[in-house]
Design a protein around this ligand. Structure first.
Ligand code: BGC
Length: 609
């Protein structure tokens, strides 16, 4: 090394250290200013105002009484899975978001609302938004930078509609794919939850939560959601603490390091004790041991499920265990409405059953995040961002995610890539021209649905037509009959949309219809390329022999062109399995490292050209 070079390096290092020092100092003084502001606000707040901040109400429960936001100092509104608004366009959502904030701004302290939604694969409740692959597919990309980009695009779309918080990422480490939420996790290993969860948080929250393109993340569901016995949704995770920590805590450690501002508690129990009342896991481990400085929100009506004599006792248990905000559905007059919660929590404080210090801690955590987000100064809707919802620029990122998430499981005799100048392409299967099946659950509605679920987007059939010259004949037959004389059959099969417990299944066999479609195409004696849309590995052993090539495409979302990019060889397959793929139900649960069982395909498997 020359002397000059050595000194240049040294000088750069010193400068860099200087800058790093300055930014961390700046951060410290920001923190100080925020903490000071939090204290100031709390000193001015009545118990009603404090309890209001700890209340999150579902829009459907309050929409007829929006003035309750002002009257009860409500801190947050959410749109739960099946809560809708009348106009699902980006502008429609922005209008509602602005309207809600206007009530919060009429309170004496003008504390803005956190507005939360399940933007779990893009801004998926918005008609015309770009829909990304569900997390199971993102896990197969093994590309954390790309996942960060995807989350940043999602944040822009959410922020564009004036909403400031998403209940994502889900870092469930899914150990049993009978679970209906398998696709919401990045895969079966803690390594994937760590890598992708942290990237996702960074993408959503950006370099600074205060930026107009950033939204608040909510890492969920804490914890052990993917480890329940039998893969039962909201079930019991029966493992020792060492295993719980190794498998299910890991993702949270990295999400906290990445700065996640909120964490959602999980419906499940750990060895019989429900997480929503678990003081050891919520307070001792998460807040004290891991140093989590954000706030914990309950899951939808989950406090109501705790043991106890009634709602009041359940609230006492949960808040004292460390819950900071309760997510409350239901409306006026019904059991367990937000008005009951507010009344009971105030009573509990007045009776000395919930200490004021606990209330102040919860409120401080919530206000701190609101200040970090600069909500007090931010405009609710940024019209430049609103205009970008569903834009080409955003779709490009999703298309790249689709390409990289595909896992090529079989490719005999180089069936793939297909030539673009084939004369006749036969397309078959119930999902080849079905945007709803391609997107899966949590798309426009909670459960998702088959068919043209939203505006925009490209099905595989459309994408094939777009990829070949005009002279190529592309024919679609749903059941796969009539393939004789074609150069190749592309058969798109798979699961129909579902979410949460509605997806719990004891048998992961393909439908009779799908098996028949492949057989029909096969009898024509032409090469068969199967593309599977599914929220988890399914039992494909039986049909695999009838397919010359097989692609696991997961739930890829709106950008079907990403699939044909790979089928026609513009991009090579790079995806690697995020789950071990079992041969039959007897092998399930089956995970990386399990001995003495030979899976159909191991974790990490994936061919290329
Ligand atoms: C789910 C959460 C979701 C919440 C709000 C619950 O049923 O478990 O993942 O964020 O609803 O929609």
């Amino acid at each position: 090394m020359t002397r000059k070079f050595y000194f240049t390096i040294l000088l750069s290092a010193i400068l860099l250290m200087g800058f790093a020092g300055e930014t961390s100092m700046e951060k410290k003084s920001d923190d100080k200013a925020i903490n000071k502001k939090v204290k100031e606000l709390i000193s001015k707040m009545s118990l009603d105002e404090k309890v209001g901040q700890m209340t999150q109400v579902d829009y459907s429960a309050i929409k007829e009484n929006l003035d309750d936001i002002r009257k009860y100092y409500i801190g947050s509104i959410l749109w739960g899975g099946d809560t809708e608004i009348d106009d699902l366009s980006p502008a429609g959502w922005a209008k509602v978001a602005e309207q809600l904030q206007s009530y919060a701004l009429q309170t004496p302290l003008k504390i803005p609302l956190l507005t939360g939604i399940d933007a779990v694969h893009g801004h998926n409740n918005v008609n015309g938004a770009v829909i990304f692959p569900h997390n199971i597919g993102l896990g197969c990309t093994r590309n954390a930078k790309l996942v960060e980009k995807a989350a940043a695009v999602t944040a822009e779309e959410v922020a564009g509609t004036g909403i400031n918080w998403t209940f994502a990422p889900c870092v469930a480490v899914v150990r049993d794919e009978r679970w209906g939420r398998t696709y919401e996790g990045f895969g079966e290993t803690p390594e994937l939850a760590k890598m992708m969860g942290a990237a996702y948080v960074k993408g959503l929250q950006g370099k600074s939560l205060a930026a107009n393109t950033s939204i608040l993340s909510c890492t969920k569901h804490y914890m052990g959601d993917g480890g329940t016995t039998g893969g039962k949704d909201q079930g019991n995770t029966e493992i020792d603490e060492k295993t719980l920590r190794k498998l299910h805590l890991a993702g949270y450690i990295d999400a906290i390091k990445a700065g996640t501002g909120s964490i959602m508690a999980s419906y499940n129990s750990w060895n019989g004790e429900q997480l929503h009342g678990h003081k050891y896991l919520l307070t001792d481990v998460l807040k004290k041991e891991l140093g989590f400085k954000g706030f914990i929100v309950s899951d939808y009506a989950a406090i109501d499920k705790l043991p106890g004599t009634g709602y009041k006792e359940q609230i006492e248990k949960s808040i004292n265990a460390g819950m900071d905000m309760a997510m409350i559905p239901n409306g006026h007059g019904k059991k367990n409405s937000y008005l009951d919660y507010i009344t009971f929590l105030k009573e509990l404080v007045n009776e000395g059953k919930v200490p004021m210090t606990r209330i102040d801690d919860a409120v401080a955590r919530i206000l701190k995040v609101k200040l970090q987000m600069d909500l007090f100064n931010k405009k609710t809707v940024d019209n430049n961002l609103l205009a970008k919802v569903g834009s080409e620029e955003h779709r490009k990122v999703a298309r790249e995610c689709v390409r990289q998430s595909l896992v090529l499981l079989k490719n005999d005799n180089k069936t793939l890539p297909l030539k673009k100048n084939l004369n006749k392409i036969f397309v078959a299967g119930s999902s080849a021209d079905d945007l709803g099946n391609q997107c899966g659950g949590w798309t426009i509605t909670w459960q998702g649905k088959s068919g043209k679920v939203m505006d925009g987007g490209t099905t595989v059939l459309d994408a094939i037509k777009n990829s070949v010259p005009e002279k190529t004949i592309v024919t679609y037959s749903k059941d796969g009959t009539g393939a004789e004389g074609y150069d190749v059959a592309v058969v798109v099969i798979g699961e129909k949309p579902y979410a949460e417990m509605f997806g719990d299944k004891q048998n992961l066999a393909l439908s009779e219809e799908d098996i028949k479609t492949i057989k029909n195409a096969k009898t024509a004696g032409i090469p068969v390329v199967a593309v599977l849309f599914s929220g988890r590995p399914m039992l494909i052993d039986e049909v695999l022999k009838d397919c010359n090539a097989f692609v696991a495409a997961w739930l890829p979302g709106t950008e079907g062109q990403g699939i044909t990019d790979v089928l026609f060889g513009d991009f090579k397959p790079v995806g690697k399995l995020s789950h071990t793929w079992a041969k039959n139900m007897d092998q399930i649960p089956l995970n990386k490292g399990d001995k003495n069982i030979k899976p159909l395909f191991p974790y990490g498997y994936g061919l290329s050209y």
